[in-house]
Write a protein that binds this ligand. Structure first.
Ligand SMILES: [Zn+2]
Length: 465
């Protein structure tokens, strides 16, 4: 098979750093061979330092458009500012969002992700219906918009249509803001089945499902959706929000007599197909049970910080051998480095110690964080990504070796410097699925994509006044 060859001076391979690395990529965008300590020959020389692209395991693309709009204190409502007041604003914001808006916002976001070094995204997608709560002529219209945005940007996509059954515990009716999300299980599985067929031959797209949470999906529809999906795609990814807020835990204890993660571990076949997003509030049994299950904890530090969710029990979960990855969720920040930094800093602040994630004496905190997030993110997105190795997608991030933040740093210390020594972005080029998507910090279509985003934002801001 014809291949494209790339050569770099240093690359982070699965077993560690390697010099003079030749990477051959087949026409489908998959890595065919990786050879270190070799001459470039006529390969394309791609600069100094190459890392695997980071998977972003949790995104609600439309929320990019509302980032920064929810930072004023509520007044006169008698309600303290919290996740729950934020959620009200968010539901209100999406009421008038059109398919064009959805695509424009997602495309802008995905370009921003690529520039930051994310090369794959898990899109937890719940905007299925029109503003009246009716299906579009093509029931998958909004999903197609997400896939088109990913294709425009050139990012890998794990598309996760959401099942959202009720307004809240006890079968509460959905409010106006939620009416665009609600699907019957049968319609949901038809949507998922159609998307699986549409994208069957595209190595850049994977279809999974996302039952929203045990708050929005009662036990019966959850079981029906899991059975139906397992028939369609036995090894397909399953994502769910879990235990993000203390109230989520308390309400579930009242409603079902068990904590939500404990309930899921007991009542669903939680295994490595699963990603429990947030999983912030866990007791000791849930920590060990989740780690043992092989599921990935989907940590979204900047969003969790923004929403005042709390801190994930990271040291205990690491000790239990749990898998985890990062997501940008509400997109108050689009940077894998900031997610990793805050994961570590939150724990340092609360424990008043340092180097929480480092494995053993002399171990690098940054290298451990980076390696775990690559592996966990790849597992959660259910695609062959997260490593520079034969059979993986050619998702390569090329760093500027002369960047002041990295200059004079090498090996694992370079990853430490990348995460813990500044806010500049040393990402120079990005290859995604064997295609150059970022060259010298720019995306070829970024001007058109930003123009469409500005048009969508002007309309949405005018409509929300
Ligand atoms: Zn979320």
């Amino acid at each position: 098979m014809m291949t494209q060859s790339y050569w770099c001076e240093r690359a982070l391979l699965r077993d560690g750093w390697a010099d003079a690395v030749l990477i051959e990529v087949d026409l489908a965008g998959t890595i065919a061979t990786v050879t270190s300590d070799t001459d470039p020959g006529d390969a394309d020389r791609i600069g100094g330092i190459v890392l695997p692209g980071m998977p972003n395991l949790h995104s609600h693309a439309f929320q990019r458009a509302a980032a920064g709009l929810t930072e004023r204190r509520f007044s006169g409502t008698g309600v303290d500012d919290s996740f729950w007041t934020w959620r009200q604003v968010m539901h209100g914001f999406v009421i008038g969002l059109t398919p064009e808006d959805n695509q424009a916002i997602a495309a802008q976001l995905y370009v921003e992700m690529l520039k930051a070094g994310y090369t794959a995204v898990g899109e937890f997608h719940y905007l299925h219906l029109d503003p009246d709560g009716k299906p579009y002529a093509d029931r998958a219209e909004m999903s197609h918009r997400i896939a088109s945005a990913a294709e425009q940007a050139g990012i890998g996509l794990t598309h996760l249509p959401v099942l959202y059954s009720v307004g809240g515990y006890g079968g509460v009716e959905p409010n106006d803001g939620q009416r665009r999300y609600i699907l019957e299980v049968e319609d949901f599985l038809n949507l998922v089945g159609g998307l699986i067929s549409t994208h069957a031959d595209d190595p850049q797209v994977r279809i999974g499902i996302a039952p929203h949470s045990v708050r929005q999906v009662p036990a019966a529809p959850l079981a029906a959706a899991l059975d139906g999906f397992t028939e369609l795609l036995p090894d397909g990814p399953i994502h769910i929000h879990a235990a993000e807020q203390v109230k989520d835990v308390d309400d579930h204890v009242t409603y079902a007599g068990a904590r939500p993660v404990a309930w899921l571990l007991d009542n669903a076949d939680v295994d490595r197909r699963w990603c429990l997003v947030h999983a912030t509030h866990l007791d000791n049994d849930e920590v060990s049970g989740l780690a043992r299950s092989g599921a990935v904890a989907g940590l979204c530090l900047t969003t969790e910080g923004n929403l005042g969710d709390g801190l994930f029990p990271f040291p205990d979960y690491l000790d239990a051998g749990g898998a985890w990855g990062v997501g940008s969720d509400s997109h108050v920040s689009v940077s894998p480095l900031e997610e990793l930094r805050w994961l570590e800093y939150g724990q340092r602040l609360i424990s008043r110690t340092r180097n929480i994630a480092a494995s053993g004496t002399g171990g690098s905190t940054g290298a451990r964080l980076f390696a775990d997030a690559l592996a966990g993110g790849a597992g959660a997105l259910g695609r062959p990504i997260g490593a520079i190795a034969t059979g993986k997608r050619a998702d390569l991030v090329v760093l500027d070796p002369d960047h002041p933040q990295l200059f004079g740093r090498s090996g694992d210390t370079l990853i430490d410097a990348l995460i813990f020594s500044g806010n500049a972005n040393p990402v120079r080029h990005v290859l995604c699925g064997g295609r150059w998507v970022i060259r010298d910090g720019r995306h070829a279509a970024e001007d058109q994509i930003a123009a469409a985003y500005r048009t969508a934002m002007s309309r949405l801001m005018a409509a929300s006044l």
